[in-house]
Design a protein around this ligand. Structure first.
Ligand code: GLN
Length: 309
């Protein structure tokens, strides 16, 4: 058995047995119905071999992990001009915080807090209808994961839409500064639906291969983005991917990563592997509690931290 195989098997065993599982998000009521006992993990190495365990085939709500892919799409559409609409500094605030928006004239700190991701979604929506924009996003995910079965969970989207007060406030506030160009409700609708994409660990790790391999899909040699862009998306994941838990994640795991309130975390070991973990219970910053611990174990045992072994 290879070392990676053994490490993944041991991590999955440990995580399935642990009793400290964090708290499942319930502010989107539909997410609160997910069983906290779930744990899944997939690692895909540079040769394309898959190392998986636990509930790695069960689709879950990817939520904010979708923001990595919408950022990629928006950069593809308007390039570096995107940074006129959204910053790239860590916020040090919770993902749904509104405080910085007033001090910074409606420009969100980074594309991964909710305000920033809503601004990015607005860029993707410009020039098309919500249905077309969503079609573009879902087809991009299917293409990257090489899997046409990936879908949006409309029940989760509707559940979030019904309780959209906080995100509505963020979006309306940005609209008042002209940062959003489209109808606020349309932009929010696209945002809620891309957050509600359901994917398994295996599908997510497949979709992120290009970030681990300088913008290339290693299986086909197909270029998704230029190396420079992949490197920079990874940089923003490292500094902003876990909100006000980003410093702790860098300290413990040392890999670019993006969490979602569905309990998933996508992580990238540049040149080595793409990784997805899922455990629905969250810590106080809204990041998967066991997901983070699992990634800490993996990165330590494999010597994968980008800061050194
Ligand atoms: N759709 C969620 C929200 O807007 C995404 C948050 C997250 O995953 N951190 O609240």
């Amino acid at each position: 058995m290879s070392k990676l195989n053994q490490v993944v098997t041991e991590i999955v065993e440990e995580m399935r047995a642990r009793e400290d599982r964090g708290i499942v998000a319930s502010y989107i009521p539909e997410l609160g119905r997910v069983d906290p006992q779930n744990f899944g993990m997939t690692v895909i190495d540079a040769e394309g071999s898959l190392y998986s365990g636990g509930d790695c085939e069960t689709p879950f709500s990817i939520q904010s992990i979708s923001k990595v892919f919408t950022l990629t799409l928006a950069l593809g559409k308007i390039g570096e001009r995107l940074w006129e609409r959204v910053g790239r500094e860590p916020s040090g605030s919770p993902f749904n915080s509104i405080v910085q928006l007033e001090a910074e004239q409606g420009i969100p700190r980074n594309p991964f807090i909710n305000a920033g991701a809503i601004a990015v979604t607005d860029v993707i929506l410009s020039g098309s209808q919500p249905r077309e924009a969503l079609g573009e996003i879902i087809r991009f995910m299917q293409f990257l994961a090489d899997d046409s079965s990936i879908i949006i969970d409309h029940t989760v989207a509707a559940s979030e839409q019904q309780h959209r007060y906080r995100n509505s406030a963020l979006a309306n506030y940005m609209k008042s500064y002209g940062v959003l160009k489209n109808d606020v409700e349309k932009t929010l609708g696209v945002y809620f639906h891309h957050c509600a994409i359901a994917m398994s660990c295996r599908q997510l790790a497949m979709a992120a291969r290009f970030l681990a391999h300088a913008g290339l899909n290693p299986a086909t040699g197909c270029s998704i983005v230029i190396p420079d862009r992949a490197r920079r998306i990874n940089a923003v994941m490292l500094t902003c991917g876990h909100y006000d838990g980003s410093g702790e994640f860098a300290y413990r795991v040392g890999l670019p990563g993006k969490s979602g309130v569905g309990g998933g975390i996508l992580a990238v070991a540049p040149g080595l592997a793409s990784i997805a973990v899922w455990s629905p219970g969250l810590d106080a910053a809204g990041n998967s509690h066991l997901g983070r611990i699992a990634l800490e174990r993996l990165s330590q045992r494999m010597g994968w931290s980008i800061f050194g072994p």
